[in-house]
Design a protein around this ligand. Structure first.
Ligand code: PEP
Ligand code: MG
Length: 612
């Protein structure tokens, strides 16, 4: 397969053209397009049933052997990639390798060969059937939200391994990126995840594709490799001609074809500014989160899915401040048992190499839900107003076996490194008390069985996500060993504005003084009872809001990994006196916009003072 500058059938129009795609990996690049095509394999006859099963089986096995060898070669190239790319691509290659082994996919293909099908047809039909099953499991509602994202990814994995087998069966070669000139922008109709393993990030300036989305493996891989990328840029290929010059903005999703002299000059300035910004943020990674007045804060990362781990490692986060364990139950047909849960927690704890990991037991109910739990008869009972119904700790205390299994798995995994256990959606001391009894009982049971678990048990803390918990924080802090303020839900419940509803989005404002007063109460309670307090809602990712939270008494924050350097920069520029002054004014403000204006004015006085 060749990689060429392609002239399209339609003569491209001269002059600058601006297209919008999905921004998936930030950074700006300017360069010439190098268009990569994959030759199509010949059409497959899926109707034949007269093939010799033994012959087709032999062909299939040969294609599997060849595919396995190709994956091994891709694996061997991993050492050339940046560390986070290695982890992401390595685990994807492992998924493919397992599919080629004694898998459900293999069994399905072989069964079809038994009916006299051509090997190519058996592979195509079986991988398509498994992908369709993932996307809409029969007898169950189609996955939504995060589950739908994971289902699409899994379906993509089946299709990808199917395409590889069909190529090897039909002898159709893969594209190679080796002919792409240095500094070119790779343009393709679609980029498969395995292609990312072939991309040398030091040679390719950016990637733009006509198809794809921001949540698939390809997007994750491109982010891991740090290549500016825009996917799903509709109309791209039809407009590109030979030697087309492009500007790609992976932050906004803008792709500019044939930039004018002025646009190109502006893009060059943006490229240089982005490089300086990355360097400055990179330097921050090893620096402490110290205010300009000397006080040191703790900045940690939130983890929703294990794939975020490499990003967390890169971010300079001092541990995981909120591990949302919901991923264990997503896409699961059955409830994961104790051993399975432990096997998922342990590598995450080990990967943090001694930095603490706070694991929150599952917070189902409200807008979050799981097939596995529904099938096990564990559902949020009330559909009148799910956010005010059985969710978080309420659900777990009604289904104690679920809570016990989670506690046991966490305790077993806790020998791998420092762990804390967090309870979601607590609204009364009785809930904490009941959960603590279960926790202690699980600990005693494991010890009796001779299982190695930490002694004393890891700290058990609570989320402050309801106004009740914030108002009662001093009482709760007598029994909770730490407090984690969840401003996402705290804002929703305080302002009676659903966090997911667009029609009240204007009312949902974490900077509303009512929310700030509750944060202050929780922070004060922690201080008085000598309990650590952290803040792990989205607000912790906002470099403008964090100095204000510091002024309210919070010293530890957990945020999306990519926000860590930005927040650190803001923190290093801020002085404690200013933070406290802002907090006093914010608590007396009339509304959120007034607070927001004050924060912006403060940030303007400090911009970039914290670099270096
Ligand atoms: C919160 O409510 O602020 C929080 C961190 O929990 P989640 O967003 O998972 O509900
Ligand atoms: Mg919450």
């Amino acid at each position: 397969m060749k990689t060429t500058e392609r002239s399209t059938a339609r003569r491209p129009r001269a002059g600058e053209v601006r297209l919008e795609g999905q921004p998936v990996s930030s950074g700006v690049a300017i360069g010439h397009a190098a268009i990569a095509h994959d030759p199509d394999p010949p059409p497959i006859d899926t109707t034949r049933r007269d093939c010799d099963p033994a012959h087709e089986r032999a062909r299939l096995h040969e294609a599997i052997t060849r595919s396995t060898a190709q994956l091994r070669r891709l694996h061997d190239r991993l050492a050339l990639l940046p560390e986070d790319g290695q982890v992401e691509i390595g685990s994807l290659l492992e998924v493919y390798r397992r599919m080629l082994g004694p898998s459900r996919l293999r069994r399905g293909i072989e069964a079809r060969l038994g009916h006299g099908m051509l090997a190519e047809a058996a592979v195509q039909l079986e991988t398509e059937a498994l992908a369709a099953f993932m996307l809409s499991p029969p007898g169950r509602p189609a996955p939504e939200g995060e589950d739908a994202v994971a289902a699409r990814r899994r379906a993509g994995e089946f299709r990808e391994i199917g395409r590889r087998l069909v190529r090897n069966l039909s002898g159709t070669p893969y594209r190679s990126f080796s002919a792409i000139p240095d500094g070119a922008i790779l343009v393709a109709e679609q980029l498969r995840p395995a292609d990312a393993a072939l991309i040398d990030p030091s040679r390719i300036a950016a990637v733009v594709t006509e198809e794809g989305g921001s949540t698939g493996h390809t997007a994750i891989l491109l982010r891991a490799l740090g290549i500016p990328a825009v996917l799903a840029t509709h109309g791209l290929l039809a407009r590109i001609g030979r030697r087309t010059r492009l500007v790609v903005d992976g932050t906004t999703g803008q792709v500019i074809l044939r930039p004018s002299t002025r646009t190109a000059a502006a893009a060059r300035v943006a490229v240089a500014a982005y490089a300086r910004e990355r360097q400055a943020l990179g330097r921050l990674r090893r620096l402490p989160a110290r205010l300009s007045s000397g006080e040191v804060l703790t900045l940690q990362a939130n983890l929703e899915i294990p794939a975020e781990l490499p990003m967390i490692a890169q971010s300079g986060a001092a541990g995981i401040g909120l591990l949302r364990s919901e991923f264990l139950f997503m896409n699961a047909g059955t409830l994961p048992d104790e051993a399975r849960q432990e096997s998922l927690y342990r590598p995450l704890i080990e990967a943090m190499s001694g930095d603490p990991v706070t694991i929150r037991v599952v917070d189902w109910g409200s807008e979050k839900n799981s097939d596995a739990l529904a099938q096990a008869g564990i559902g949020a009972g009330s559909d009148v107003n799910p956010a005010l119904g059985v969710r978080g700790i309420r659900l777990l205390l009604r289904h104690r076996a679920l809570l016990e299994t989670q506690f046991a798995a966490i305790l077993r995994a806790a020998t791998a490194g420092p762990v804390r256990v967090l309870l979601p959606m607590v609204s009364s001391p009785a809930e904490l008390h009941a959960a603590r009894e279960v926790y202690a009982r699980v600990g005693r049971r494991l010890r009796r069985k001779g299982v190695d678990i930490p002694d004393p048990l890891p700290p058990l803390g609570i989320m402050i996500e309801t106004p009740a918990a914030a108002l009662m924080a001093d009482v709760l802090a007598q029994e909770a060993e730490f407090l984690a303020i969840g401003t996402n839900d705290l804002t929703m419940y305080t302002l009676a504005a659903d966090r997911a509803a667009t029609d009240v989005a204007g009312l949902y404002d974490p900077l509303h003084p009512a929310v700030l007063r509750l944060v202050r109460l929780a922070a004060d309670a922690g201080l008085r009872q000598r309990r650590p307090v952290s803040l792990c809602g989205e607000m912790a990712s906002d470099p403008l809001a964090v100095p204000l939270m510091v002024g309210l008494g919070v010293r530890s924050f957990s945020m999306h990994a990519s926000a860590v350097p930005h927040v650190k920069r803001a923190v290093r520029a801020a002085a404690m006196d200013d933070c406290r002054r802002m907090a006093c004014r914010a608590l007396e403000a009339a509304d959120g916009p007034e607070v927001s204006a004050m924060l912006m004015a403060y940030a303007a006085t400090l911009r970039h003072a914290g670099d270096g």
